[in-house]
Design a binder for this molecule. Structure first.
Ligand SMILES: [Cu+2]
Length: 125
């Protein structure tokens, strides 16, 4: 019986570690704004594999589009499509790297997502 409990616990812990999205506080949240800098924070840093969420509290439609989606021969790693007012867009996680993105509707809106290999800082836990 004890052994079964330990096995269950191991499965539970393994699930929690591999899929941190269940803890909403572990996800990185970025706000869209109608004024500069448009994406807040304009440069967001997140550990690899952690979800990132963009919220659109503005009265305007926006998108979150990786620059690769608009260039021939480059990988398109995420594209939200139109995010209506009051809606949000979440990506489950990305490999380490720097991902520039912008809004298809308002090309002046530009942000940067930095994904690191290091675990999140203790203050985020
Ligand atoms: Cu926009």
């Amino acid at each position: 019986m004890n052994r079964l409990f330990i096995m269950s616990l191991a499965v539970w812990v393994g699930t929690a570690v591999s899929w941190p999205a269940t803890g909403a506080s572990l996800s990185t949240q970025i706000l869209m704004e109608d004024g500069s800098p448009y994406y807040v924070p304009v440069t967001a840093t997140v550990a690899s594999g952690h979800p990132v969420r963009w919220d659109n509290p503005t009265p305007t439609h926006h998108t979150v589009t990786h620059v690769g989606c608009l260039e021939e021969g480059t990988a398109c790693l995420f594209d939200s499509g139109t995010v209506p007012p009051g809606s949000q867009f979440t990506i489950p996680g990305l490999p380490a790297g720097r991902y520039a993105y912008h809004c298809r509707i308002h090309p002046i809106m530009r942000g940067m997502l930095v994904v690191t290999d290091s675990p999140p800082a203790p203050s985020q836990l």
